[in-house]
Each structure stands twice: as structure tokens, then as C-alpha cells.
Design a protein around this ligand. Structure first.
Ligand SMILES: Nc1nc2c(c(=O)[nH]1)N[C@H]1C(S)=C(S)[C@@H](COP(=O)(O)O)O[C@H]1N2
Ligand SMILES: [Mo]
Length: 439
């Protein structure tokens, strides 16, 4: 079988391609093994462990790093940004390929972008003149300038992960609506700001205070003045968490405009949509907020699994809170080709688990037959991601898949396949696979 035809077959009809390649008994047979090897451009040293129905990672996901070939994703063109994957330009959404997340602290260059509406006009004049209102179930509503906020409350600086609620969505089958993120809707910036808790206490919480509602300055995509691009809210407990901040600096600099200048919320570990950019107002409420992005199937998960592909009004769903455990590989791009004779790799990556932490990261090079424990560093502070590293052996030249998975501090491991399918595609965190070719 020619190289192109099996690639095309896998793309167009993976089931038949598998039948051809694996045969009825699931063993990769002589001619088929050669064909698969030819398609992948290399022999498969661990072919005997390759599971039936396994679509090689090289075909299953675009090798963005290579930037070549027919299905290379479009690239973001944006001042100061690396070649991120352009997920959409209206609204502007861009994903960071995993190998660009190799810095312990994510630089502006590599910071993913997620907008739901238009990008607002830049605030003219002094950033410190920007105003933020706190009202609702409080004794004394506040209307503070950023300058007042900065000088009145303790300033804190910490590394905080921010992950889009839909990160990993592309792993769902059947496909759901929304940006088809791989694992790259994650950042770990070093943020400076004040604790939301301190601000809420200064306003004085009334006994009924139970939730927040967040408001920003970005216009709705339609331009309609009475519609919000996004306006989400959370339980008061998360608003009072030590690490929930109103921030005004990213990595020691004023926040770049696209990431919410001059001030935004930073709600680490929970869906990124709570981290309101271009923050203008926080309402304290006695019941859950009802803004854009609340209710129905938005940022909500089935309590009891539903039939994949079915429709649902989400009435029995529950709000997504702490994000599930996930890992990325940052030392080697998916689809990389290494020189012939490479027999060892030093792998690096990151892992995180919402409000929890990561207890271990494991890597397999033989399609999951055996797993090797990596070294996982402690987080710089609570809610920072954790870096991992480790060395693996590659017995021969050929096609490998690096499988990587993390386990959280409560013993939950990334699953083999995306679970708890839901119409808007939240919470997909299966074991990841990167294809590596040696020789
Ligand atoms: N005002 C405003 N804030 C927002 C959004 C938005 O569209 N408008 N998008 C949210 C979503 S869904 C995410 S994942 C994060 C992304 O932040 P970033 O673009 O700085 O990476 O911002 C959140 N805050
Ligand atoms: Mo998001």
C-alpha cells in the first residue's frame, strides 16, 4: 500500500484503515505492518503493543510544529505573539502548541488568547484612572480607581494557572461545538494584584452574599450595547480564596491589552471564563449570577452521563468548578523527527489539577504496555502548575508515541478517553500522545 493512500484512508475512514492495517484479530500483520510503517515514515519498534483500533497519533492530530502538510492549522499573526494556532478570528481565539509552553512562567509571546466578543478600545490615559465597581449584597458599594485599589490593598505576586473551561475539547467524539482546543488553552503567568477577598471585605458582605457576577468592557460580537460578550460568576467561597485576585500586572509588566488591561480577575484552577478581562464591575449576589455564559449547558457538566451526541437543555447539569487533572509535553513537539541513532530523550512538561495538585506524571513509549514515573516538581505556590521531567530510552530507530498522563492529589488519573461527553465539550482530559520519529 502506498504511503499516501493509507494516510488518506485513516483520515477518511479510520475504521476501514484499521481493518486493513490490523486485520480481524487485531495483530498488526506482515504486509500491513510494513504499510503502516511506510505511512508513518518509519518502522514501529513497539508495534506488538499497538492496540486494535488505535489511530496513530501522527494521523490523529495535526503536527502544528511542522507547519507543513495539508492539514497544518492556520497560524495567528499578532504583534509580539509566537505562531500560535489560530482557532478563530471573530472572536479572536488562539491556542498555544504544547511545545511552546516550555517556560516555567508563560511569557506574553506564548500566552493563549480567548475572546468571546470584540476587543474593546484601549483605555485612554493613565491606567490608574480605570474604575472598578463593587456592588450588590454589600454594606458600602465601592467605586475605586485602579490606583486606589493598588494602594489600599496588599499587593501579591504569584504564579497562577489559567485554563479555558473547554481545554481538551478536540478529544471528544462525537465532536462538540466550540473551539477545538488541544491541550494548549493553558497559561501559567506570574500575576500581581490584590486579593478579591480583601476588596469584598472592604465593601462589607451582607449576610445574604453567596455568589459573584463579573462584568467587563468588551462589546458583544454583534455590537449590541445591551448584550455582554461574557459575564460569569462563582460561589462566594472561590471569590474569598487566597489566590483569587484582581490583577494589574503580568510577568512584572502592565497586563497587555489583549489579556484584559488594565485590570482583570484571575480565578486560578476554575474555568478561565471566570477570569473576567477588562474588569469594570463585580456584583455580589444572593443567588447564582445569570449573565452570558451561565446556565443551560454553558460551563456545566452532566451529573449523570448523557448519550454522546445527544442534545440536552442542561437543566440537570452542574457548574464546572475545579478543572480536571491534565499534563502537557513541552520538550518535544508532536510530530518531531530526531536524528537516526537517538537512543535517549530528556522529556519535560507541565501538569496541573485545578484546585488540587499533581502527585505523579507517568510516561509510556510502548502504547501503554509499561509506564515510567517522571520527576514532578512542587508548584511555585498553590495554583501554579508543576513542571515534570524524565529520561526515556528508545531502543531502535522508528516511530514512537510518547503517552503522558498525570494523577491528581486525590488519586484521579487522566482517563484513556475523554469521558462525560457534554454538548459544549468541557472537561476532556484523556491521556495525551505525541508522535516522535527517530531516523
Ligand atoms: N471580558 C472578557 N473576559 C474574558 C473573556 C472574554 O471574552 N471577555 N474570555 C474568558 C475566557 S473563556 C478565557 S479562557 C480567558 C482567556 O484569557 P486570555 O485571553 O487572557 O488568555 O478569559 C476570560 N475572560
Ligand atoms: Mo474559556
Amino acid at each position: 500500500m502506498a504511503e499516501r493512500s493509507i494516510q488518506e484512508l485513516y483520515r477518511d475512514d479510520p475504521e476501514r484503515a484499521d481493518a486493513v492495517a490490523f486485520g480481524r484479530r487485531g495483530a498488526l500483520k506482515g504486509a500491513a505492518l510494513t504499510a503502516m510503517g511506510a505511512a508513518l515514515g518509519a518502522a514501529i519498534p513497539f508495534a506488538r503493543h499497538m492496540p486494535e483500533g488505535h489511530l496513530p497519533a501522527l494521523f490523529a492530530r495535526p503536527a502544528s510544529a511542522q507547519g507543513s502538510g495539508g492539514n497544518a492549522p492556520p497560524v495567528l499573526r499578532f504583534e509580539g505573539k509566537a505562531d500560535l494556532i489560530l482557532q478563530g478570528d471573530r472572536p479572536l481565539v488562539a491556542e498555544t502548541p504544547e511545545h511552546m509552553l516550555d517556560e516555567p512562567i508563560t511569557s506574553y509571546r506564548h500566552f493563549f488568547i480567548r475572546n468571546n466578543g470584540q476587543i474593546p478600545e484601549q483605555h485612554t490615559g493613565d491606567a490608574d484612572s480605570w474604575r472598578i465597581t463593587v456592588d450588590g449584597e454589600v454594606n458600602s458599594p465601592l467605586n475605586l480607581t485602579l490606583g486606589e485599589l493598588r494602594s489600599r490593598f496588599e499587593n501579591v505576586t504569584m504564579q497562577l494557572q489559567m485554563e479555558c473551561g473547554g481545554n481538551g475539547r478536540a478529544h471528544f467524539a462525537p465532536q462538540t461545538r466550540g473551539n477545538q482546543w488541544g491541550n494548549g488553552a493553558i497559561s501559567n503567568g506570574q500575576w500581581t494584584g490584590v486579593r478579591l477577598r480583601d476588596v469584598l471585605r472592604a465593601a462589607g458582605l451582607k449576610p445574604g452574599a453567596a455568589h459573584t457576577g463579573h462584568f467587563g468592557a468588551d462589546p458583544h460580537l454583534s455590537g449590541a450595547a445591551d448584550r455582554a460578550a461574557i459575564s460569569r460568576g462563582m460561589r462566594l467561597a472561590k471569590a474569598m480564596d487566597d489566590d483569587t485576585l484582581i490583577v494589574f500586572q503580568l510577568n512584572g509588566q502592565p497586563i497587555p491589552h489583549i489579556h484584559g488591561a488594565p485590570a482583570r480577575l484571575l480565578v486560578p484552577g476554575w474555568p478561565g471564563s471566570l477570569s473576567q478581562k477588562w474588569l469594570t464591575r463585580i456584583a455580589v449576589l444572593d443567588k447564582p449570577h445569570t449573565g452570558a455564559g451561565m446556565g443551560g449547558t454553558s460551563y456545566r457538566l452532566p451529573v449523570t452521563p448523557i448519550v454522546p451526541g445527544s442534545s440536552n437543555d442542561g437543566r440537570s447539569f452542574t457548574d464546572m468548578e475545579s478543572m480536571p487533572v491534565r499534563s502537557i509535553l513541552s520538550s518535544h513537539a508532536h510530530g518531531s523527527r530526531l536524528p537516526a541513532g537517538t537512543r535517549e530523550l530528556e522529556l519535560r512538561g507541565a501538569a496541573w489539577a485545578g484546585d488540587l495538585w499533581v502527585s505523579s506524571v507517568h510516561v509510556s513509549t510502548d502504547f501503554g504496555a509499561s509506564w515510567q514515573r517522571m520527576e514532578v516538581a512542587a508548584p511555585a505556590n498553590r495554583h501554579a502548575w508543576q513542571r515534570w521531567q524524565g529520561r526515556i530510552a528508545l531502543p531502535r530507530d522508528g516511530y514512537y508515541e510518547i503517552w503522558y498522563r498525570a494523577t491528581d492529589s486525590e488519586g484521579r488519573m487522566q482517563p484513556h478517553a475523554a469521558a462525560n461527553w457534554n454538548p459544549q465539550g468541557y472537561g476532556a482530559n484523556p491521556i495525551s500522545r505525541a508522535a516522535i520519529l527517530v531516523g
